[in-house]
Write a protein that binds this ligand. Structure first.
Ligand code: ATP
Length: 234
């Protein structure tokens, strides 16, 4: 297995007045290429902070974040923009769709950003939205908009998919469809998938489970025999 992501002694502090909050407190871990990783922890533990640092949306206070051998913590703004465009697919709770583009156009937009061949219709089909290809975001439900944003992140074929509660707005059947798709991306396309969730059941499907508490790593567990998402008891 090739290590693709390393956090080395990562600290992230937020200052407000005299008070310093340690959102990441000496965090160390590594993730292999193609791993399906679940990050668990209580509210305020630092899960979103970890994803934001890894995705180049926020900068460390100290420590190193090494992705594909490159030091993300030393990137300037231009390097960060190019790093995010080439390597990272974000699936967050906010959808960030472009309102005056259809579902299909929102997905195919990725052609302008990365040099990949995108069959937008087939990606929309994989999230159950082929019939909605020509609708605009305002004509879709919250869960459908979430699925378009997932299709857009997947279509880009990024090195890693960073997902913050990706199924939060979805009913359980659609949630399973999406988590299955993410597990397939990891198993079949060697995409590294990292999912932050409150749903501990998903841990059974993960190759690696990282638990965080108070900005620190509580445990890292490797599953030798992860379950298929479709076999989990929800
Ligand atoms: N921009 C910020 N300024 C100040 N404090 C912040 C900022 N972002 C996060 N924090 C604090 O850092 C800590 C970790 O926040 P984070 O959002 O990473 O937690 P989380 O584990 O994702 O929580 P949740 O499950 O509720 O989303 C929290 O105490 C939070 O209040």
């Amino acid at each position: 297995m090739t290590t693709i992501i390393e956090f080395k002694n990562v600290n992230k502090e937020y200052k407000s007045g005299d008070h310093v909050l340690k959102a990441m407190d000496d965090v160390n871990f590594s993730i292999d290429e193609g791993e399906f990783v679940v990050i668990l922890g209580p509210s305020g533990a630092g899960k979103s902070t970890l994803l934001n640092l890894l995705g180049g949306l926020d900068s460390v206070t100290s420590g190193q974040i090494i992705v594909n051998g490159e030091h993300v913590e030393s990137f300037d703004d231009n390097q960060l923009t190019s790093y995010r465009a080439k390597n990272v697919g974000f699936i967050f709770q906010f959808y960030n769709l472009i309102p005056n583009l259809t579902s299909l156009e929102n997905v195919e937009l990725m052609k302008d950003i990365v040099d990949v061949d995108i069959d937008g219709l087939s990606v929309l089909d994989s999230v159950g939205l082929k019939e909605h290809a020509n609708q605009f975001p305002a004509q879709l439900s919250g869960g459908e908009q979430q699925r378009v944003s997932i299709a857009r992140a997947v279509a880009k074929q990024p090195t890693m998919l960073l997902c913050d509660e990706p199924t939060g707005a979805l009913d359980s059947n659609t949630g399973v469809l999406i988590l299955n798709l993410l597990q397939d991306m990891s198993n079949n396309k060697n995409t590294t998938v990292i999912i932050v969730t409150h749903n501990a059941i998903l841990a059974e499907a993960a190759d690696k489970v990282i638990r965080i508490k108070n900005g620190q790593i509580e445990s890292i567990v490797i599953n030798d025999n992860p379950k298929r998402v479709s076999d989990l008891e929800w």
